[in-house]
Design a protein around this ligand. Structure first.
Ligand code: AVJ
Length: 313
């Protein structure tokens, strides 16, 4: 089994500085990448099996039904690179179809990544697996020394790209071009614009898992930044903003209150919002305009039930 794990330093300092900056800003916000502590990763996996949240199931069904076609369109490759791989569940089917020699997985959730990548390596004796624990939005370029030579496919499924506003999405796709290199390709999944009530329900599941996922961010800050958020005094609030083309998730203060975080005090007015996530939805042509703006050329497109995969070279 060929497996190596590299942890990049300073994730802790960045949590502290980004959270303090976000709480000091107006309106208040915290980047969604901080949802994924261990409890957050488990809650996200639970969201993915909620009846209202079709995104992950649809992507899996699309991958399963079109895999031979997608694999043929990709052709022979030497390595797959997956930023934000999380529990590495999505890349398995692709590894089995494409048989690359190398797999490089990156994620900010250190333990989830390390365990999943090692298990994947154990299941694929011929595959060389490298797990890089890092905030790839910041440190993507430091993955360069770990990349295999030859033809690389960057795999970015799950509509994670939806967390970035269009201008930032374009920049990230430009960086993915450099990551993929000469003759590189990109297979990317994104959620499509659809009936807004369906979108609304996907982020307001009846079992309250998305609410728990959103509130867990405060729990995490209580544990890791010595904060004293009272989770009873914040409400999960998610809605589709059709003008911006995105789901917005907020935590709304149910009272006027003062919260201490890492020794600093922050006031929340009654009804004040802490913005925790944007999840952009696209039409296929809208998305390809962003990717083409980043220098990619469309090579293939597959869609099913409100979700799309596009292949770029
Ligand atoms: C992992 C960013 C694709 O936006 O749908 C799910 C995260 N947030 N429910 C999404 C999420 C609330 C998810 N992404």
């Amino acid at each position: 089994m060929a497996f190596r794990f590299v942890e990049f330093p300073s994730a802790g300092d960045e949590l502290r500085s980004e959270v303090l900056a976000g709480l000091a800003a107006s309106p208040k916000s915290i980047p969604p990448k901080y949802f994924y502590d261990e409890a957050g990763c488990r809650l996200f996996e639970a969201i993915c099996v909620q009846p209202e949240y079709a995104l992950t199931r649809t992507e899996q069904a699309l991958m399963a039904s079109k895999l031979p076609e997608i694999a043929a369109a990709i052709g022979a490759i030497d390595g797959i690179v997956e930023p934000g791989a999380g529990d590495c569940s999505k890349v398995r089917a692709l590894v089995d179809a494409l048989h690359p020699g190398h797999l490089i997985v990156l994620d900010i959730a250190t333990n989830t990544l390390a365990e999943a990548a090692e298990a994947l390596a154990g299941d694929h004796p011929g595959l060389d697996v490298t797990a890089l624990a890092m905030d790839f939005v910041r440190g993507l370029e430091s993955a360069a020394p770990y990349l295999p030579p030859g033809r690389r496919l960057v795999f970015y499924p799950g509509s994670s790209i939806g967390n970035f506003p269009p201008a930032e999405a374009r920049q990230l796709l430009e960086r993915f071009r450099r990551l993929a290199g000469e003759q590189g390709q990109l297979l990317i999944g994104f959620d499509l614009k659809k009936d807004p009530i369906l979108l609304h329900d996907a982020y307001n599941d009846a079992a309250g898992v998305t609410a728990a996922f959103n509130l867990n961010l405060l729990q995490r800050l209580n544990g890791e930044l010595e904060a004293d958020f009272d989770l009873e005094r914040f409400r999960h609030y998610a809605f589709y903003n059709p003008t911006a083309g995105r789901i917005e998730m907020h935590l709304i203060s149910l009272a006027e209150q003062t919260v201490s975080v890492a020794g600093q005090c922050f006031n929340f007015a009654l009804g004040e919002a802490l913005h925790t996530e944007n999840s952009y939805k696209f039409r296929c042509d809208e998305f390809s305009a962003i990717a083409v703006g980043a220098g990619w050329r469309v090579k293939g497109e597959w869609d099913m039930a409100g979700f799309a995969l596009q292949l770029y070279a």
